[in-house]
Design a protein around this ligand. Structure first.
Ligand SMILES: [Zn+2]
Length: 491
């Protein structure tokens, strides 16, 4: 049934800019404070209070915009978006409308459909348009208690009121729920890279709404779109879209038409349900905000911000593949967060073995960090320790098996690899004469196996090698043991 239809999805992401103070007053933006303790006449919307623009919010918005290839308008203006809501005491939200901060952006990112187990099928690059990024203030928050009881109460907390947001509106370029998922992940990663948002969907500093419609494949006209809200995690976005696509196809297949409405995702019931139809939609009566001057961004300011941007995740992923010869998946995982990518590059350079560096970081180190619940930046293990360990493996001083123990100890104590190896009773034995001695002894004490080997049961080589390594306390270099044993057996 799916093949008959094309899915059209557009996304609106609200990212909280991580300024210390609000966008139009000096109140703190800190999360989790006593309700209404971070408020003043400006963010309470008291008559006569005047907003003053926070320059840091503009600078952060500029970083985000440039990272998403948006063009920053030389002059943009704030507008009032008028509507009534208990958590919006002014009766309007200061936002941007017809002259937004930035427009005409795009990202080109890896995306893949997933199988039922959630594994990516085949990664490919796809370009998605970004219509605009504009700046606005957040509203407050309503809390409801005992809604169905006669004693029900509602509370309003205005700590969030006036927190700066960047609203990032995409083109309707997504053709599946996984494309939408990969895009939001990339957006989050980019905002973290340029250090303008904490990117935590669960805490609400990154929020996503989606518009979704279906149309018969080949049709130019868009179908009726439904807006999805309440998507509090990346997976919810994907699951809600998937549910909604199936629902719309079922409606059309039954000969009905899709109604334009807003639907909420209910995670417990794993379905969307109607919140309100667009017939009741607001006309926001936007008009220019008279209390704030236009935002003017000079060309040289844009150039300065652009120059100070770090290398972004997708260009970095490509470079990791080209420069270090990494596999696509490994490179993608390493750039997932900037600290891990930095750690990898330091280790790759110091150790001279990028592939080993990637393997150790993505497997053993990732496991250690996960089990101890630490971030890579907090780990006692530093990149120069890991580099030293990789060099010791490459020179044959320790085996891969010993290295795992060394790594665990380095993660615990932060001690240098050589010191830990010494404490473990020495490194790998690569001294040929020492190995030859043990091998001779092993061969001598197993005459039956020796005869069988010489009679043609060459698979017994593994038996002898295993015995020698065992006798050496697991420290003999397996490559050398192999050579020496073979030589003795075939004498
Ligand atoms: Zn305030």
């Amino acid at each position: 049934m799916r093949e008959k239809y094309e899915v059209v999805i557009g996304l609106e992401v609200h990212a909280q800019l991580k300024t210390a103070s609000k966008i139009f007053c000096s109140c703190s933006t800190a999360f989790g404070a006593e309700p209404n303790s971070h408020t003043c006449p400006v963010c309470l919307g008291l008559p006569g209070a005047l907003p003053v623009l926070n320059g840091t919010a503009i600078e952060m918005a500029a970083r985000a915009a440039l990272a998403l290839n948006l063009r920053i308008n030389h002059e943009s203006i704030f507008s009032r978006k008028n509507y009534f809501y208990p958590d919006l005491p002014k009766g309007y939200q200061i936002s941007q409308y017809d002259r937004p901060f930035s427009e005409h952006g795009w990202v080109e990112i890896p995306t893949a459909e997933r199988n039922d187990a959630g594994h990516a099928k085949e990664w490919r690059l796809k370009k998605f348009g970004i219509t605009r990024l504009h700046i606005e203030e957040d509203a407050g928050k309503s809390l409801h208690e005992g809604l169905r009881e006669s004693s029900s109460k509602s509370y309003v907390d205005l700590n969030r009121s006036g927190v700066p947001l960047a609203e990032i509106v995409s083109e309707p370029d997504f053709r599946s729920s996984w494309e939408a998922y990969d895009y939001i992940q990339y957006l989050r990663r980019t905002l973290l890279y340029v250090d303008v948002c904490d990117g935590n969907m669960e805490e609400g500093n990154l929020r996503c709404d989606a518009n979704v419609s279906i149309r018969t494949r080949g049709s130019e006209r868009f179908g009726t779109k439904v807006e999805l809200k309440n998507l509090n995690s990346f997976r919810f976005v994907q699951k809600a879209l998937e549910y909604e696509i199936d629902r719309q196809i079922a409606v059309v297949e039954a000969g009905d038409r899709v109604v334009q409405e807003t639907r909420l995702w209910n995670e417990r019931e794993a379905r969307t349900y109607s919140m309100r139809s667009k017939e009741e939609a607001h006309d926001y009566r936007y008009f220019p905000e008279p209390d704030l001057p236009p935002i003017v961004v000079a060309v040289d300011q844009v150039a300065r911000v652009r120059e100070a941007l770090p290398e972004l995740p997708e260009p970095r992923r490509r470079r990791f593949v080209e420069e270090y010869g990494l596999a696509f998946d490994d490179a993608a995982q390493l750039v997932d967060n900037r600290a891990t990518a930095d750690f990898f590059e330091e280790t790759a350079r110091d150790s001279g073995n990028p592939k080993a560096a990637a393997n150790w970081i993505l497997n053993e180190l990732a496991r250690e960090l996960k089990s101890s619940g630490t971030e890579i930046t907090e780990s006692p293990l530093k990149s120069d320790n890991l580099s030293e360990m990789i060099r010791m493996i490459d020179s044959g001083a320790i085996s891969g098996k010993m290295a795992k123990e060394v790594l665990t100890e380095m993660c615990r104590s932060g001690a240098p690899a050589a010191e830990i190896v010494k404490g473990m009773g020495g490194g790998q034995v690569s001294d040929e004469s020492q190995i030859r001695e043990i091998a001779a002894r092993v061969v001598e004490s197993n005459p039956k196996q020796l005869d069988e080997y010489r009679a043609g049961r060459t698979a017994l080589l593994g038996f002898f090698v295993g015995q020698v390594i065992k006798q050496s306390g697991g420290r003999a270099n397996p490559r050398i043991v192999n050579e020496v044993v073979k030589e003795i057996l075939e004498r």
